[in-house]
Design a protein around this ligand. Structure first.
Ligand code: ADP
Length: 486
């Protein structure tokens, strides 16, 4: 297919016929399409009818001066390049015209050569502008075709871009949103909060805000689970000049996850009862109620019941995990006094620690306000961390418990002087069933489900968990729970 070469269109607006015709001759010879107008108003009329790439505009015209024409051209055709033709000694006017958006100026009288140079510079400029415009529209086309939802706002949270996927995901049925405040059409308060928070993010921090958002079903739109990411959009000096939000539809993943959790809870629930009855029968035998048991038999029965016990423990932990994942556990929150909770946990674990000659210290934090949380969940978190600290520490180690307030978060620290972990392991200990395997941990039993449970509980409270560790020196787990949680 032959492509037609694009011929740039030039308009000459000048009241002097000599100039109009001179320009027309020179520029037509150069291969441009040239039109002319003898007054500012006529020029504007022509511009209203068709688009010109370049306008040569005389500043000194009777009735309407070029300085009056210029802003109108810029308002209706921002990508038209304007070259002003200036009379003798009107430098101030040329400067004024450049300030109002003229690209260049050419003083009268000018030679055909001078005209050609100015126009060819302007042509280069229009090509660059066209390239940018093409690039922009290609980008826009790409964003519009994305299956992820994308919205960009300015610093007043007015929408500058909202692709069709975004509008569909938030179930927007109204008209165009560009230029409208995000508040006026986003109905999900969590999503709006994120966008606000992204815009308010201080200059010295950069965080991607991530939130799971449920969009209620409405009309023909089904319920949807969305993964929303929001970040501030910054200029070169680091000032927030807007926000960018991306939505990813994770409804199908959530459904599969739910099915998996349901399956796991069903299996673990069904396994627990027969195993408990096996345990009871083993106990009957071990207690001698089914006849005499030799020392060797006792040893075998003891080993068997230990194995069954760890299976029961795993089934219970899998059940806990499934319950937390389905959001059942964290529903009931109350004002929890963490000084008391940590002291109770310390007392509870003292015997287990003493068996390995391990100390557990805890000093109450002064003026600690109660924090809204699920008490049983929080006991489980602290208990799990202390149990691990004891399990993965050698004889004579020390465990320190600390609680304090850090900004809007309650921070619980469980620190041990135990085995510690290598960086590679640290990345994986919150994965299900992951257990560090080395000579020292070989004989320590466990399921690899404790830390995943801890993490799930903390996340369900909108908190985070961090760990620092040095092999051979010990580990420090830090749990942060927002203390404003409802
Ligand atoms: P489990 O203790 O049942 O194996 P967890 O999920 O609680 O499962 O822990 C996962 C792994 O992380 C453990 O197997 C252990 O290797 C490591 N770990 C956890 N806590 C500590 C700790 N305080 N010190 C050293 N290693 C630890």
């Amino acid at each position: 297919m032959a492509t037609q070469q694009y011929i740039p269109k030039i308009l000459v607006v000048d009241d002097e016929m000599r100039i109009r015709e001179g320009c027309r001759d020179v520029l037509t010879q150069e291969g441009f399409e040239v039109a002319s107008a003898e007054s500012g108003q006529k020029g504007l009329d022509m511009i209203a009818r068709e688009h010109f790439d370049i306008i040569l505009l005389d500043l000194m015209m009777p009735e309407m001066s070029g300085l009056e024409v210029l802003p109108e051209v810029k308002a209706s055709h921002p990508d038209t390049v304007v070259i002003v033709i200036t009379g003798y000694a009107t430098v101030e006017h040329s400067i004024e015209a450049m300030k109002s958006g003229a690209f260049d100026f050419i003083p009268k009288p000018f030679s055909p050569e001078q005209l050609k140079v100015v126009v060819s510079k302007a042509i280069e400029h229009t090509r660059a502008l066209q390239d940018i415009a093409k690039e922009k529209s290609r980008m826009r086309g790409l964003i519009n075709r994305l299956s992820d939802g994308v919205m960009a706002t300015d610093d007043q949270l007015r929408v500058v871009l909202g692709n069709p996927a975004f509008l569909k995901m938030i179930n927007h049925k109204g008209g165009a949103v560009i230029g409208h405040p995000a508040e006026s059409f986003i109905k999900q308060p969590e999503l709006l909060n994120m966008v606000h928070e992204a815009l308010a993010m201080p200059q010295d921090t950069f965080r991607e805000l991530i939130e799971e958002i449920r969009r209620d079903g409405e009309g023909d739109a089904e319920e949807m689970v969305l993964n929303a990411h929001s970040v501030p959009f910054r200029n070169r000096t680091g000032t927030n000049i807007g926000t960018i939000t991306v939505l990813h539809d994770i409804t199908a993943l959530k459904k599969i996850d739910q099915m998996k959790s349901d399956f796991v809870s069903m299996v673990s629930h069904e396994i627990r009862s027969p195993m408990n009855s096996v345990l009871m029968q083993l106990k009957v035998m071990m207690d001698g109620l089914a006849g005499d048991v030799s020392e060797k038999q006792m040893e075998i029965l003891d080993r068997a019941s230990k194995k069954i016990n760890s299976l029961v423990e795993m089934a219970s932990e899998l059940l806990d995990l499934a319950k937390i994942e389905s959001g059942l556990i964290t529903l009931e929150k109350e004002a929890v006094q963490f000084n008391a909770l940590l002291e109770d946990q310390r007392q509870f674990h003292l015997d287990g620690a003493a068996a390995k000659n391990i100390s557990i210290s805890f000093e109450k934090a002064p003026h600690l306000p109660p924090v809204s949380a699920n008490r049983r969940n929080m006991e489980e978190v602290v208990s799990n961390l202390i149990t691990n600290a004891i399990k993965y520490s050698p004889e004579g180690a020390a465990i320190d418990l600390v609680v304090n307030l850090e900004n809007d978060y309650l921070c619980i620290v469980v620190k041990d002087t135990g085995l510690g972990m290598a960086p590679d392991d640290l990345e994986r200990i919150f994965d299900r069933f992951y257990r560090v395997k080395n000579g020292q941990t070989r004989y320590i039993t466990g399921t690899g489900l404790g830390l995943p449970i801890v993490k799930k509980i903390v996340q369900a409270h909108h908190g985070t968990i961090q760990v620092e560790s040095t092999p051979g020196r010990g580990s420090t787990f830090r749990v942060y729970i927002p203390h404003m949680t409802e």
